[in-house]
Design a protein around this ligand. Structure first.
Ligand SMILES: [Zn+2]
Length: 170
C-alpha cells in the first residue's frame, strides 16, 4: 500500500495523531477502493485492443508494457476510472492535468481525437452504475472516519492530560 497519496506533498511527521488518522483513513479506504482484479485487467486489455488509449501505440502485455492508468488521478481505483496506457503517456500525464486535454495533445487531428475520446467515454459509461455505488461507500467512509477521529482525539486528550499531571508531580 502507498504511504503517501501525493508524492509532491511533504511527508507528514510520523507518530503524530494526524499521521495515525491518515493511515487509518487509507487503510479503511483500501477496503472499499480495491485494486483491479486480473480479470478486470484482461477486460481492459481486450477493450482497448492492446493499444494505448491516448496515442494508439501497440502494447505487449507479456513484456509488461501497458499501465492501468487512472483517467482522473485523484479518483478511485474502480474499473470505470482505469484505461490502458503506454508508460510515456502515463508518465507525462500530469497528476492534475485533465485527460481530455492530454488526449487532444496526443491526437494528430480532430477525427482521431473524437474516435479515441468516444472509445474512452463508452468504457466509462459501461461501468458507470457500479461507479455510482462508490458515492455511498465514500459517505460511509466519512462517517466511519468521524468516529475514528473522535475516539483518537479523546484518547490523545486523556493521555496528554495524564502526562501533564505526571509532569507537575515530578
Ligand atoms: Zn501512449
Amino acid at each position: 500500500m502507498e504511504i503517501i497519496d501525493n508524492p509532491y506533498k511533504k511527508p507528514m511527521a510520523k507518530n503524530t495523531p494526524s499521521y495515525a488518522n491518515n493511515i487509518i483513513r487509507r487503510t479503511l479506504k483500501t477496503i472499499l477502493d480495491r485494486e483491479l482484479t486480473e480479470k478486470e485487467k484482461t477486460d481492459i486489455w481486450t477493450y482497448f485492443d492492446s493499444r494505448c488509449c491516448y496515442c494508439d501505440r501497440q502494447l505487449d502485455r507479456k513484456k509488461r508494457e501497458g499501465d492501468m492508468d487512472h483517467l482522473e488521478a485523484n479518483r478511485c481505483n474502480h474499473i470505470s476510472n482505469r484505461v490502458l496506457s503506454c508508460s510515456p503517456c502515463n508518465a507525462h500525464e500530469k497528476r492534475e492535468y485533465p485527460w481530455v486535454k492530454f488526449l487532444r495533445q496526443q491526437s494528430s487531428d480532430d477525427s482521431i481525437f473524437q474516435a479515441r475520446k468516444t472509445r474512452i467515454d463508452q468504457w466509462v459509461a459501461k461501468h458507470q452504475i457500479a461507479g455510482n455505488i462508490s458515492k455511498q461507500h465514500n459517505l460511509q467512509l466519512e462517517q466511519e472516519m468521524e468516529l475514528v477521529t473522535q475516539t483518537l482525539n479523546e484518547a490523545v486528550a486523556r493521555l496528554r492530560n495524564l502526562r501533564a499531571h505526571a509532569d507537575t508531580n515530578d
